[in-house]
Design a protein around this ligand. Structure first.
Ligand code: ATP
Ligand code: MG
Length: 200
């Protein structure tokens, strides 16, 4: 078996893309940490952090900085910090993509769910008023984590409350219905603004 293939097989699911391996909380730009809410979030007992912003403002970088800086209170029982894009976990038709990955996401000490916002658009369901369509799989994942008081970071380019990435973007609530209601019930919302840096 060739080495790249083997490396891929051995790659731990739930890891952030390699290019974010060096992301640290220290290196966040002020616009990525408005009022210190991102760097300050781990010390709060708020279970959900929502990173909102338009394309390329550094949402994934900020979330990965939290993942990389995660220090489990009890390394024996803690499953560590994991990264998944929504579409890694759930197919566009709402079904489970990989039961093992879903279980990893459920049990992670810290979960960064990236790209919550593109799921329905990718599925071609462009109407923003789809409260019952969002995957029950995602709802159950979030519900289970909240029930166990496990912290979750979410990145989205949809509008959340007063955080509107650009005029006319659908709201998180419109697209995600009861998932949004559950997530936002107790959440810190960080609105990341420019600059928009194109990934190399
Ligand atoms: N504080 C930073 N220091 C250095 N590079 C950064 C920083 N923040 C973001 N970047 C880089 O800027 C680029 C865009 O950031 P990122 O991919 O996190 O944006 P995004 O908001 O997640 O974009 P998308 O909407 O495409 O998901 C990436 O190449 C990232 O590595
Ligand atoms: Mg991103």
């Amino acid at each position: 078996m060739d080495t790249p293939h083997l490396a891929k097989l051995l790659m731990k699911h739930g890891s952030a893309p390699e290019r974010y391996a060096s992301a640290t909380l220290d290196s966040l730009r002020p616009e990525q940490d408005p009022g210190g809410v991102v760097t300050g979030w781990p010390a709060t007992d708020v279970p959900v952090l929502v990173l909102v912003g338009r394309t390329h403002v550094g949402k994934t970088y900020a979330g990965c900085a939290l993942i990389n800086g995660y220090a489990p209170a009890d390394p024996e029982s803690d499953w560590g910090a994991r990264y998944f894009r929504c579409l890694d976990l759930v197919n566009p038709d709402g079904s489970v993509r990989d039961a093992g990955d879903l279980s990893t996401a459920r049990t992670a000490g810290l979960l960064f769910l990236d790209g919550l916002g593109t799921l329905l658009l990718d599925a071609g369901l462009r109407s923003p008023i789809t409260p019952d369509l969002p995957s029950p799989v995602l709802y159950e994942l979030i519900d289970a984590r909240l029930g166990e008081r496990k912290p979750t970071v979410v990145a989205t380019n949809l509008a959340v409350g007063d955080a509107v990435p650009y005029p006319g973007v659908p709201t998180f609530e419109q697209v995600y219905g009861k998932i949004a209601d559950r997530l936002l019930y107790r959440a810190t919302v960080a609105h990341l603004v420019g600059p928009q840096v194109l990934a190399e």
